[in-house]
Design a protein around this ligand. Structure first.
Ligand code: ZN
Length: 322
C-alpha cells in the first residue's frame, strides 16, 4: 500500500519531524487500527485494550526515534491484575503485542465494573500496578552480528504509561522528552470493547535547545493535549504535532504507514511442533488427533492435522533409530 492509499483508507500512519533548528525531535502517530486489531485478536477487556494500545503506540514512537535496530521490545511488568504487557516493533513500523491477562478487568472487579481515573477514563494504572518498564533494542541479525542488545529499565512512575515512557527516555536514554499516549475505548451494548481512537506524540529536546522553546512546548503538550479527541475528529499525525507544538514551526522528515503485524506462520508453527520428541508427538496424535499451537503475540492458532502429525512422528522416530 502506498502512503497515499493508506491515508485514503484511514490506515495508521506515523510522522517524524524536527523543530527549532533540529534541537527538537518529534514523532506523532495515529494508531486506531493497530490498537483495535490488538483488542480484537486478544479479546481484551476495556482497560486492557487501553493499556495494550498505549504500549503498542509507545513502542512505535520509541522505534521511530531510533536510527538502527531490528527489534525493539517493550515490557511492562507490574503487580496489578494484567501481569505484564509485551510489545515488539521493528524499523518498518510493524508492531505486535499481548497482555498476560487479557481480561484483567474481570479479575479486578468480580462484578464487571470498571475503575475510572480522575479524567473519567479507564484507569490503566489500576490493572498495571507498581513495577518496571523494560526496553531493549536488538540489531545486526540480518547481517549475522549477534550483538548484545541495548537494554534499559526504569521503575514505573504512574502506570498510566505516557509518563512512564517519558521517564524511561529521560533516565535511560538521557533525552528529556514529553510523551502523550491515548486510547479511547468504548463499550458496545454487547459489552464488547471498541477502540474509537488511538495515537500518541513524543517530543524530545536535544542538548543545547533554547530554554524558551522548551518552556513553550511543555506548556502546550501538558494537560491541554487530548490526542484521542483530536483523532476522533479526524486529526492526522501532523495535526497532532501542530497541537503539541502550538506556535512552533516544524519540518516533516518522513511519514510512513504503521500497523499490527505478526511474524508467525503455519510453517513456523509446524516446524516448532516437529521438533518435539517422537514419544510426546505420539501422545498428541493418540489423544488429540493432531496438535495446535497459539502465537502469544497475535493469538492466531495453527492446527496440525492428523496425517501431518503422523508424518512428523515417523520422521522423528527414524531420527531416533539412526
Ligand atoms: Zn503471531
Amino acid at each position: 500500500m502506498t502512503l497515499k492509499e493508506a491515508i485514503n483508507e484511514h490506515a495508521d500512519t506515523l510522522v517524524r519531524a524536527t523543530a527549532a533548528g533540529g534541537f527538537i525531535r518529534c514523532v506523532a502517530a495515529v494508531t486506531t487500527n493497530t490498537a483495535a486489531e490488538a483488542a480484537r485478536r486478544h479479546q481484551t477487556t476495556h482497560t486492557v485494550s487501553a493499556a495494550l494500545g498505549r504500549t503498542l503506540t509507545g513502542a512505535l514512537l520509541l522505534g521511530a526515534g531510533q536510527k538502527e535496530f531490528d527489534r525493539l521490545t517493550v515490557r511492562i511488568e507490574g503487580d496489578g491484575p494484567v501481569g505484564s504487557i509485551t510489545v515488539e516493533s521493528n524499523k518498518f513500523g510493524q508492531v505486535r503485542g499481548y497482555a498476560r491477562e487479557p481480561r484483567a478487568d474481570e479479575l479486578l472487579n468480580g462484578d464487571g465494573s470498571y475503575l475510572l481515573n480522575e479524567q473519567g477514563k479507564f484507569s490503566v494504572r489500576s490493572i498495571i500496578g507498581e513495577g518496571m518498564l523494560h526496553v531493549s533494542y536488538e540489531s545486526g541479525f540480518d547481517i549475522g552480528l549477534h550483538r548484545e542488545p541495548y537494554r534499559g529499565s526504569v521503575p514505573l512512575q504512574t502506570g498510566e504509561l505516557g509518563e512512564d515512557f517519558a521517564y524511561y527516555l529521560a533516565k535511560s536514554e538521557q533525552i528529556p522528552s514529553a510523551v502523550s499516549l491515548g486510547v479511547l475505548v468504548r463499550a458496545r451494548e454487547s459489552g464488547e470493547t471498541f477502540v474509537e481512537a488511538a495515537g500518541g506524540v513524543m517530543v524530545q529536546v536535544m542538548p543545547g535547545a533554547d530554554e524558551r522553546v522548551v518552556a513553550a512546548i511543555e506548556s502546550s503538550i501538558g494537560k491541554n493535549l487530548s490526542t484521542t479527541n483530536l483523532i476522533r475528529e479526524g486529526a492526522r499525525p501532523v495535526d497532532l504535532l501542530r497541537a503539541a507544538l502550538s506556535d512552533i514551526q516544524f519540518e516533516v522528515l518522513e511519514e510512513r504507514v504503521v500497523g499490527f503485524a505478526c511474524t508467525c506462520s503455519y510453517e513456523r508453527a509446524a516446524s516448532l511442533i516437529s521438533s518435539i520428541d517422537a514419544v510426546e508427538l505420539e501422545a498428541m496424535l493418540r489423544e488429540d488427533k493432531g496438535a495446535s499451537l497459539t502465537c502469544h503475540f497475535c493469538n492466531e492458532t495453527y492446527r496440525i492435522d492428523e496425517p501431518t502429525l503422523a508424518e512428523m512422528v515417523e520422521k522423528n522416530r527414524s531420527v531416533v533409530c539412526e
